[in-house]
Ligand binder design. Structure first.
Ligand code: DC
Length: 231
């Protein structure tokens, strides 16, 4: 029997808009599982780069995908992405991976490879999943969908601060250029482009802090849960 305290929460939005922070915080508050689908695309990109796969060639890409297993390992309450059993959280957050990931995520074979896996993860509900096509393609019937936005300058500054904090040597201009490039590829690709699902709640967090954003989203989640219990 379905647990009425569990729904699927889909969160989509542009790069570095704070959706992962929101997804993680919401999952923690509700006792749900959090899945970062961007990390799955990044792990595949890491494999392609490390093995020097010419992923623009479908035949090479398909052979390589057969050698990839993506999973998550819970360490200290956090779900860390694994590539063929090895935790690769740090390796997937580098600019090397960031520079190629949108092109990899635009490939139909890569998206097909991850789609079923992501849908399977949500079959028992009680999940918060973030990405670009979660509310539109992966869980079109999710009980609650958010579309998170923030201005490009706010997003670039947040990403820049994060990278500098990790010791990377980057410039704000380069970070902003990379975000803009990824926004364009993610929104204009032929397969599962980033779009706001019609029934998604839009949250522009340009002027919200982490706590204000969570409070706003929790309000929606609680009202959907109440609705799920009373119908
Ligand atoms: O959220 P992120 O920046 O870690 O995502 C990395 C890339 O993967 C980004 O270019 C968009 C793409 N992506 C996607 O196409 N679909 C998803 N569900 C998640 C991420």
């Amino acid at each position: 029997m379905q647990d009425l305290n569990k729904i699927v929460i889909a969160i989509d939005g542009h790069s570095s808009c704070g959706k992962s922070t929101l997804a993680k915080d919401l999952a923690k508050e509700l006792g749900y599982i959090y899945i970062d689908t961007g990390a799955m695309y990044r792990a595949i990109t890491l494999f392609f780069l490390d093995k020097e796969i010419d992923y623009s060639r479908p035949e090479f890409c398909n052979v390589a995908l057969k050698q990839i297993e993506i999973s998550f390992k819970n360490v200290g309450g956090e779900n860390l992405v694994c590539l063929n059993g090895e935790i690769v959280e740090d390796q997937i957050r580098t600019s090397r991976v960031a520079n190629d990931v949108s092109e990899v995520a635009a490939l139909a074979s890569v998206r097909d490879f991850l789609k079923l896996q992501q849908q399977q993860m949500g079959k028992d509900k009680g999940i918060v999943m973030d990405g670009r096509d979660i509310g539109s393609v992966i869980f079109p019937h999710a009980e609650l969908k958010f579309f998170v936005t923030a201005s490009l300058s706010v997003r670039a500054r947040r990403r820049f601060d994060e990278l500098i904090g990790k010791g990377s040597e980057v410039s704000l201009t380069d970070v902003s250029k990379n975000l803009k490039k990824r926004d364009t590829i993610d929104s204009t690709r032929a397969v599962a482009p980033l779009i706001k699902a019609e029934d998604a709640v839009e949250i522009d967090n340009s002027n919200l802090n982490k706590e204000e954003q969570l409070e706003l989203a929790l309000g929606f989640a609680k009202s959907r849960l109440k609705h799920a219990i009373t119908i």
